[in-house]
Design a protein around this ligand. Sequence first.
Ligand code: CA
Length: 230
Amino acid sequence: MKENILLIEDEQALQSTLSLRLRGEGYTVDTASDGTEGFEKATTSPFDLIILDIMLPDRSGLDVCRDIRQAGLATPSLFLTARSQTTDKVVGLKLGADDYVTKPFKAAELIARVEVLLRRVPIRSGHGVHRFGSIQVDVRRSEVTRNGKPVALSAREFQLLRYFIERAGSTIPRGELLRSIWGYDEDTLTRTVDMHVASLREKLEENPKHPELIVTVAGVGYKFLGSRSF
Ligand code: CA
């Protein structure tokens, strides 16, 4: 199954070129030419990845990314930036972007980044909806709700949650999470994993200090308990 990509880019020539290249790689591509249209598409249809330009005519790609995250969608996102927009890159990554490429770039470079972002967590749970307690996770839509209200997860937090759900009941070493979700070598920055787990607990656990969903396995890693899919 090839993934759906939403491309938000106002430069028509670039939009056409990139769409063509991505379709050539077998992806399904939908496009938007401004931020408003992009946000509407991103929040009404499920996408596996969003590629968005920062400089858009109406609202910036940064605003679009923030609004998508606030709507509770954790769809991986890749920014297209101009060389001068260093600050925007930092802001973008804080707002929940997963990666960026700097214009001008070769299409092959973009394709490579796309593959990395889509490969990080293989979609094994398909279009499953998972429920545990007051939490519902719609994998296909990258959407998490708690008591029916959207929960804003970063794309990385969502990937981590999905990884846990797919391996519910198994102890997962920190090193495996680092390699699978972040792509780092083992033994680097394991604290990164702990920080993301802490953040997930804050957002999902009834009592984050006494977690019941994502429990710590001392000296090893974590175990996810209690997912029922249907
Ligand atoms: Ca632009």
